[in-house]
Design a protein around this ligand. Structure first.
Ligand SMILES: Cc1cc2nc3c(=O)[nH]c(=O)nc-3n(C[C@H](O)[C@H](O)[C@H](O)COP(=O)(O)OP(=O)(O)OC[C@H]3O[C@@H](n4cnc5c(N)ncnc54)[C@H](O)[C@@H]3O)c2cc1C
Length: 401
């Protein structure tokens, strides 16, 4: 009998499988993943605690079995037939479904220049192993791309004593995802740690031990890593005729243009109240969307409304951003003993917050800021900026009012 099929055993696919079990669903749940391992978390790949690449599994084989999930690992779904409601697997089998979740994630964007085949990707456990084995015995690494992943890797490799250079096409690293002032502070910390930056620069060619930049600069590089972002993995959806754009398009309930097919995580572009579609690439987003999609596949009708949230660890610095800070928001700064917070107001209403501090020290404040945002409050900026005003007290009094 046809069951629920989940394509992709990353954060989203795996969390959806468990969430389906939690709904009381008793039919078959098939989780199909192209990678050969147990499902694992990607964030620790760029933040290994011991300095060595470690795999942090999301669950054990036993937990999957206990949840009634059949996990096919190292198996790719090569075709989706929406008319027959079936998927073709790389091992030659066809599987029927009555509901399908596409949780296919994203794949690294490819560099286009002579010698680009020498650049290593950084997305999977397999990629991380290759990078860490390659840097062993090397002296210099060039990371192309100064986004979150490139900068986390730079911090890690500087810690191993390597000469690290970051090559970034934009005039400032981290500018796409991180509020400007915090991006500047993180950049300054990397410079302090000895990372070399080549900003506003394109790559002309990757040679045996050098990256040649567009302005003729030669950057020493025994190892080259490309961290220039990802593209949503939409091939299956596209060839099956589902609506796609910058991701697999879904409505607010994570339903694709086929009512029996849902999408969640890095591959999904979800409809917003104004009608546009937005795709986020973050761990919590993948998890939350997966859980909602699972409940909706089981018959619920729950919209996805959670604001975005992500974190990044570089050296001893911890960054957290909740909501979507925009340049035209009013920015209110608030110092703390271990770092700084920024709150962002849109027409007086609190819509986003960010914190940069030592380790995880600002996590509690960001959690409270998320609650203030969710409550739709318009706090007095002077009160927000005052570090002696407890955010918990502010939340309580605002709720009471
Ligand atoms: C190194 C690194 C560090 C990160 N750090 C952070 C962080 O600090 N904070 C944060 O918020 N986010 C972080 N992220 C992002 C976060 O990990 C992702 O947003 C999250 O993993 C997305 O989950 P997903 O399940 O949507 O996609 P993925 O994790 O990409 O999983 C998709 C899976 O589907 C499989 N698949 C694709 N197509 C098929 C097919 N046809 N058949 C079978 N299987 C298929 C893929 O092989 C893959 O295993 C990091 C990502 C990386 C790579």
């Amino acid at each position: 009998m046809a069951g629920i099929v989940i394509v992709g055993a990353g954060e989203a696919g795996t969390r959806a499988a468990f969430a389906l079990h939690d709904t009381g669903h008793t039919g078959a749940i098939m989780l199909i993943g192209a990678e050969p391992h147990l499902p694992y978390e990607r964030p620790p790949l760029s933040k290994p605690e011991s300095g060595a690449v470690t795999m942090k599994p999301i669950c054990s084989d036993e937990a999957l079995r206990n949840a009634g999930v059949t996990y096919l690992r190292g198996v790719e779904v090569s075709r989706l037939d929406v008319a027959l409601k079936s998927v073709a697997l790389s091992d030659g089998r066809d599987l029927k479904y009555y509901k399908l979740l596409l949780a296919t994630g994203a794949r690294p964007r490819k560099l286009v220049c002579p010698g680009s085949e020498r650049a290593l990707d950084f997305r999977t456990f397999g990629d991380a192993k290759i990078i860490f084995e390659s840097v062993w015995g090397s002296r210099s690494v060039a990371i192309i791309g100064g986004g979150l992943i490139g900068m986390e890797l730079a911090a890690l490799l500087r810690g191993k004593g390597l000469t690290v250079s970051i090559i970034e096409a934009a005039p400032q690293p981290l500018a796409r995802a991180v509020p400007l002032r915090f991006a500047g502070k993180m950049h300054a910390r990397h410079v302090e740690e000895g990372v070399y930056f080549h900003l506003g620069q394109g790559v002309s060619e990757i040679l045996a031990d050098t990256v040649l930049l567009a302005d003729g600069t030669r950057v020493p590089a025994d190892v080259v890593v490309a961290a220039i972002g990802v593209q949503p993995e939409i091939h299956l959806a596209e060839t099956a005729g589902l609506a796609t754009g910058n991701g697999i398009l879904t409505d607010a309930f994570l339903r694709t243009s086929d009512p029996d097919i849902f999408a969640a995580g890095d591959c999904a572009a979800v409809q917003q109240p104004g009608g546009s579609h937005v795709r986020f690439e973050s761990w919590r987003n993948a998890r939350t969307q997966a859980e909602i999609a699972a409940r909706n596949m089981a018959g619920a009708n729950e919209p996805f409304t959670a604001p975005p949230w992500f974190w990044s660890d570089q050296y001893d610095l911890g960054l957290q951003v909740a909501g979507l800070p925009q340049p035209d928001h009013q920015c209110v700064m608030r110092p703390s003993s271990t770092g700084e917070l920024e709150f962002y107001l849109d027409d007086g209403r609190l819509v986003a917050a960010a914190g940069l501090g030592t380790g995880n020290s600002l996590a509690k404040d960001i959690k409270l800021a998320e609650m203030l945002i969710a409550a739709g409050l318009s706090p007095d900026p002077a009160v927000l900026a005052d570090p002696t005003v407890n955010l918990k007290t502010l939340l309580k009094s605002a709720k009471a009012a």
